[in-house]
Design a protein around this ligand. Structure first.
Ligand SMILES: [Zn+2]
Length: 75
């Protein structure tokens, strides 16, 4: 059996908004937010706000945090 361990918690709040029927863009009244809590070092990345920044954050938070985290294994 593989040794699985939870090392971090990614929290994403998708916010609240409505898609504009004409432009396809979403108008948010509560913007999306995301943050990452590392359970190894107790550090936190974010929070970031806004759909574009949240999407980038979700994609890169592990790599970005690994550079700062003293506990992450370099693999
Ligand atoms: Zn960490």
């Amino acid at each position: 059996m593989t040794d699985l361990r939870m090392t971090g918690l990614l929290t994403v709040d998708c916010g609240a908004g409505r898609e504009d029927r004409d432009t396809g863009a979403v108008r948010y009244w509560t913007p999306p937010r995301a943050r990452y809590d590392c359970l190894l070092c107790g550090g936190r990345e974010g929070p970031v706000t806004g759909s574009v920044r949240v999407r980038e954050f979700v994609e890169h938070h592990r790599r970005d945090h690994r550079a700062r985290c003293g506990h992450a294994k370099t693999t």
